[in-house]
Design a protein around this ligand. Structure first.
Ligand SMILES: [Zn+2]
Length: 56
């Protein structure tokens, strides 16, 4: 499982492979670049932190 990040809506999510478009906002491109890219480490950390809080 990899983590991806949408630059259009700042949504971070897990997926097996890079999707064509964001599963949240549906954007395919953002500022003439692909909207969805691999998430950086700090973005993954943030996602895991939010998830841990939701499970409390
Ligand atoms: Zn999005």
């Amino acid at each position: 499982m990899n983590f991806y990040y949408c630059d259009a809506c700042h949504y971070c999510f897990e997926s097996k492979s890079l999707p064509d478009r964001c599963p949240d906002c549906g954007a395919a491109e953002h500022n003439d670049k692909k909207a969805v890219r691999l998430a950086k480490k700090d973005e993954v950390d943030e996602l895991l932190r939010i998830r841990a809080e939701d499970n409390e």
